[in-house]
Design a protein around this ligand. Structure first.
Ligand code: 6PG
Length: 282
């Protein structure tokens, strides 16, 4: 496949989050209309926060049939779910409504005080939130390997459709990109590109923050995904965006190029897009 993604450049981070959230809502609505459920693999880092904010209020909040949306995480850090570095915390805090989150407190996986959270937010059923079980792994001192295996088992048990290569097919994979060219927790030179494991434990990176171990889905889910969506803002990403969308392709060196394919969409703000080669400017 490969080819080129659609690139949309918006004036600022707010407009970028709004455009991405609208496209996410559309993809979720369409998936539910066509297949009865929407399978979303979301991401971590700072990028999803503004997107979740847009999805949690009118008009998008009421457009999406949330009870038919399943949320998974493409990667997560080996920290408790209510830790500031958790990739799950922003969804818990920003997207999901306090009344829906009240159901989470009984699961042992969630410890944030729901009283401090202000509605609105969406009523995503607890059973639809498929977060890695970092609290359990840490409590058992079982390590990220256990968390990765347990997560992969749940993914298999969920019976997602599979690609010809045997990877789960998500309707939507939301992705941020690191300044080193990583996506998910797939860093430059990662052996995950040659692995068949659905989910792997990743040692703490030393070259980029935060220096914590992670788990990550196999980046080959991006070949199978119906809609890979990259969202990135800020001048700090301008250099890497120019490289990722430039002439040379080498996914081992710049794993984020795995999302540079036909059928994908990249939402960038003007600062992140400032150094794009003219060939990449829509
Ligand atoms: C992680 C992420 C990672 C992230 C990028 C971009 O756990 O670190 O999933 O792939 O998406 O580093 O991060 P920002 O959104 O903060 O730019």
């Amino acid at each position: 496949m490969r080819g080129e993604p659609r690139i949309e450049v918006l004036p600022d981070p707010e407009a970028t989050s709004r455009a991405a959230a609208t496209a996410i809502a559309d993809a979720l609505v369409e998936a539910v209309a066509q297949r009865g459920r929407a399978l979303w693999a979301t991401t971590g880092g700072s990028t999803p926060v503004g997107i979740y904010r847009e999805l949690s209020v009118d008009p998008l909040r009421d457009i999406v049939p949330w009870s038919a949306v399943d949320v998974w995480w493409g990667d997560d850090r080996y920290v408790p779910r209510d830790h500031p570095l958790s990739n799950v915390l922003p969804l818990d805090q920003v997207l999901v409504s306090a009344s829906a989150r009240a159901g989470l407190s009984g699961t042992g996986e969630y410890a944030v005080d729901v009283e401090t959270h202000v509605e609105p937010g969406v009523r995503l059923p607890v059973a639809n939130i498929h977060a890695p079980r970092m609290n359990d792994a840490i409590g058992l001192a079982a390590g990220p390997e256990w968390a990765a295996e347990e997560y992969a088992d749940r993914l298999r048990d969920a019976g997602l459709p599979l690609s010809d290569d045997g990877f789960p097919v998500f309707d939507l994979v939301l992705l941020g990109v690191g300044s080193d060219g990583h996506l998910l927790s797939v860093f430059p030179g990662s052996s995950l590109l040659d692995s068949d494991a659905w989910v792997s434990a990743i040692p703490a990176p030393t070259h980029i923050e935060p220096h914590v171990p992670r788990i990550s889905m196999n980046p080959r889910i991006l070949d199978a995904a119906r809609l890979p969506m990259v969202v990135s803002h800020g001048a700090g990403k301008a250099e890497i965006m120019a490289t990722l969308l430039g002439e040379e392709r080498d996914a081992h060196r710049w794993p984020a190029q795995l999302a540079r394919r036909e059928g994908a969409v990249w939402f960038l703000d003007a600062a992140a897009a400032a150094k794009l080669p003219s060939s990449a400017q829509g």
